[in-house]
Unconditional design. Structure first.
Length: 278
């Protein structure tokens, strides 16, 4: 193998990638990177204006085609409709990235909201969004991969899947379930359809985004909260992640460079999960 061959792994010309939650911070960054690597990129999200803003960030000289499509990851009919649109416009889908997900403040314990009082609808929303919101797109978009006997699926887990973080029980449990489902689907696809269908996940550590800003920084001053300080003191690299920190591992998992990797969950966390605290 030579450098040219290695580099060709990261040329996604002719591949079509769908990113659920692609209008979000992390999904949007992955979308831009794939576009820069010549893929056709489809952003699936509920807010089409935000999706369009991501498309406007795409490299102007990109060789692939870009599109946005409405979809709610908890609504199978909307996903089926999106699948029809994508098939008509791009043909077969090669890559599915499940980046829609997140926590919700109403499912987070606080001094005035104990675990015992967390509302059912909040717990259900966070559990469903992260777990079912990953499983349902795999059903709808994975079917074509099973029929064609090839494809790549990448789920987005989190640090708290390995060891739960305080205060966010539903989010932690749902991300742990994503790790388990990633392994399950990897085995299922390889054994029943094709070893050329790979299913992996990334587990981002702490990235300062809208979802967690209020947990990590003080609203008025922007100073770190006690939780934000505690995270940094448990992160050997001593910083939060930047969205572009995800790209190397993500592109590797999507590319033929990881052809023998399936069922893996890769931490991208500045060493957080490796550090015992001592
Ligand atoms: N940020 C971090 O530090 C961090 C760390 C570990 C893991 N993660 C995970 O990384 C993924 C992306 O996070 P992010 O920080 O980029 O969050 P984000 O900016 O909130 O992006 C999530 C996107 O998903 C969309 N979405 C939510 N519900 C949806 C639904 N039912 N159907 C379709 N789209 C929906 C959101 O759109 P709306 O605006 O319509 O809600 C948003 O565009 C999530 O799974 C998150 O749990 C994030």
């Amino acid at each position: 193998m030579n450098l040219e061959e290695l580099q060709s792994f990261y040329d996604f010309s002719g591949c079509t990638a769908l990113i659920t939650g692609g209008a979000g911070v992390l999904g949007g960054e992955i979308a831009c990177a794939l576009m820069g690597c010549n893929a056709n990129v489809v952003i699936l999200d509920r807010d089409q204006e935000l999706a369009q803003k991501v498309i406007e960030r795409f490299p102007k000289d990109a060789k692939g085609r870009a599109a946005r499509v409405f979809g709610d990851v908890l609504n199978p009919e909307s996903l089926q409709q999106a699948n029809k649109t994508i098939n008509a416009e791009f043909g077969a889908l090669n890559i599915l990235i499940n980046a829609a997900g997140g926590n919700h403040p109403s499912a987070t314990t606080k001094p005035d909201l104990s675990f015992f009082d967390l509302p059912l609808d909040a717990l259900r929303h966070v559990g469903d969004l992260n777990l079912l919101g990953t499983i349902l797109p795999c059903q709808v978009f994975g079917r074509g991969m099973a029929e064609r006997e090839e494809g790549v699926i990448l789920n987005v887990s989190s640090m708290n899947a390995f060891r739960p973080l305080t205060r966010i029980p539903a989010y932690s449990a749902a991300k742990a379930a994503i790790n388990n489902f990633t392994q399950w689907l990897a085995v299922h696809m390889a054994q029943n359809y094709s070893p050329r269908i790979r299913v992996n996940a990334i587990a981002p550590g702490f990235f300062l985004t809208e979802q967690n800003r209020s947990l990590l920084t003080e609203k008025d001053t922007g100073e770190l909260t006690a939780r934000g300080k505690s995270i940094l003191s448990h992160t050997p690299m001593q910083r939060f992640g930047n969205p572009e920190d995800l790209l190397g591992a993500t592109l590797w998992l999507l590319s033929p460079a990881s052809a023998f990797v399936t069922g893996a969950v890769i931490p991208i966390d500045g060493g957080f999960s490796a550090f015992s605290g001592v």
